[in-house]
Write a protein that binds this ligand. Structure first.
Ligand code: PRP
Ligand code: URA
Length: 208
């Protein structure tokens, strides 16, 4: 089990602006997209390369290129889409899975309402994206579902995690490395990450 905290200064600076309750919906969305590029750099930094022959304007060369089948970004709706958009700028040929989940506000259980994914998940690296890992119910449910559909090589990318969420997630899925920009102090009694940034989906879309 590995947990990587991406402590790049630009990530931390942008995260601080996102946490600020005065940041507008437009600003929050823009920052999430920007930060996803930096997090995406880390989560893909050990992708395997092969080489292929190309012709530059000057000569022929054997040049590095990504090996294997296109990877899959699996977005946990709704807020996962904020990370997904930037990640698709980095890896435009990636395939996309959508896992629709919402938290029941009383029980904090993850309720599934949508699922669509490429059929050959077992042949691909699947990077699951959701800005928040709070109780970890949503992340665990998303990965249960993806594994049930054949995925074997997964990573989980979020923006904020709680210590409780990290512990539950890594117990449930010890084979899935976690990448996050911060592990915050704790969860409150309503399952919110403290100090956190509030409800990521609501802040992205201006809902409440
Ligand atoms: C948020 C967030 C995660 C989940 C995290 O989604 O985007 O999916 O909560 O909490 P957990 O770790 O306790 O499961 P929410 O259910 O609010 O749905 P939304 O993205 O549609 O707003
Ligand atoms: N989901 C969010 O969007 N924020 C939290 O703090 C916890 C769960």
């Amino acid at each position: 089990m590995t947990v990587t905290v991406v402590d790049h200064p630009l990530v931390q600076h942008k995260l601080t602006i996102m946490r600020d309750k005065e940041t507008s919906t437009a600003g929050f969305r823009r920052l999430l997209r920007e930060i996803s590029l930096l997090l995406g750099y880390e989560v893909t930094r050990d992708l395997e390369l092969t080489t292929k022959m190309i012709e530059t304007p000057i000569e022929t060369m054997e040049a590095p290129t990504l090996e294997g089948k296109k990877l899959v970004f699996a977005s946990v709706l709704r807020a996962g889409n904020g990370l997904l958009e930037g990640l698709l700028d980095l890896v435009p040929a990636a395939r996309v899975a959508h896992v629709g989940l919402y938290r029941d506000h009383e029980t904090l259980e993850a309720i599934e309402y949508f699922f669509k994914a490429p059929s050959d998940l077992g042949d691909r690296l699947v990077i699951v994206v959701d800005p928040m890992l709070a109780t970890a119910n949503s992340a665990i449910a998303a990965i249960d579902k993806l594994k049930g559909r054949g995925a074997t090589n997964l990573r989980f990318l979020c923006l904020l995690a709680s210590p409780e969420g990290i512990e539950r997630f890594t117990k449930a899925h010890p084979d899935v490395p976690v990448f996050t920009a911060s592990i915050d102090r704790e969860l409150n009694e309503k399952g919110y990450i403290i100090p956190g940034l509030g409800d990521a989906g609501d802040r992205m879309y201006g809902t409440k």
